[in-house]
Design a binder for this molecule. Structure first.
Ligand code: ZN
Length: 135
C-alpha cells in the first residue's frame, strides 16, 4: 500500500521501512526486478551478482525531506562477447546513473530554478523541503 503511494508500480520497488532523523525521513526501498538489460550489449540477465545501496534524495513527504536507502542489484552479463562481466541495475525512469537525486526531484528543482533563479530559487526550495546546494 505505502509502496503504491510512493512509487509507480512499473519501477518494481518495495518499501521495507522508514526512519525519522531530525527533518528527514529515510525510506528503505529495495528493487524487486529479477532481470535487467546489460547497458553494454543489451543482453538480458537474470543472474544476480550482488546488491548495493544508493542514497538519493527524493521528493519531500508531509514536510520532511526524503532520503532513500535504495537496495539495487548488480547482475552478471553472460554474453561471452560482452566486455562487461557484471553491470549495475538501471532504473531509467526514476534515477540516472551516479545521480544523487531522483529524476522527479531534479525536475521540480529545475523548474523552480528556471522560474525563480539562483538565490531566490534556493530559498524557495528550502521552504518546500527540497534544499539544494548552489556550490
Ligand atoms: Zn553485456
Amino acid at each position: 500500500m505505502l509502496t503504491d503511494v510512493l512509487f509507480p508500480a512499473e519501477l518494481q520497488l518495495r518499501v521495507d521501512g522508514a526512519e525519522m532523523e531530525k527533518n528527514t525521513v529515510n525510506i528503505s526501498v529495495a528493487s524487486t526486478n529479477v532481470r535487467s538489460i546489460c547497458p553494454h550489449c543489451q543482453a538480458i540477465s537474470e543472474r544476480v551478482h550482488s546488491s548495493y545501496s544508493r542514497h538519493p534524495a527524493d521528493l519531500p513527504l508531509v514536510g520532511y525531506t526524503v532520503r532513500l536507502d535504495m537496495a539495487v542489484h548488480r547482475f552478471f552479463c553472460d554474453n561471452s562477447y560482452c566486455q562487461a562481466k557484471t553491470f549495475t541495475e538501471r532504473i531509467p525512469a526514476f534515477i540516472q546513473r551516479y545521480a544523487r537525486r531522483t529524476d522527479r526531484l531534479a525536475t521540480r528543482q529545475q523548474n523552480v530554478a528556471i522560474e525563480a533563479g539562483g538565490a531566490i530559487g534556493q530559498r524557495v526550495l528550502t521552504i518546500l523541503d527540497m534544499p539544494v546546494n548552489l556550490r
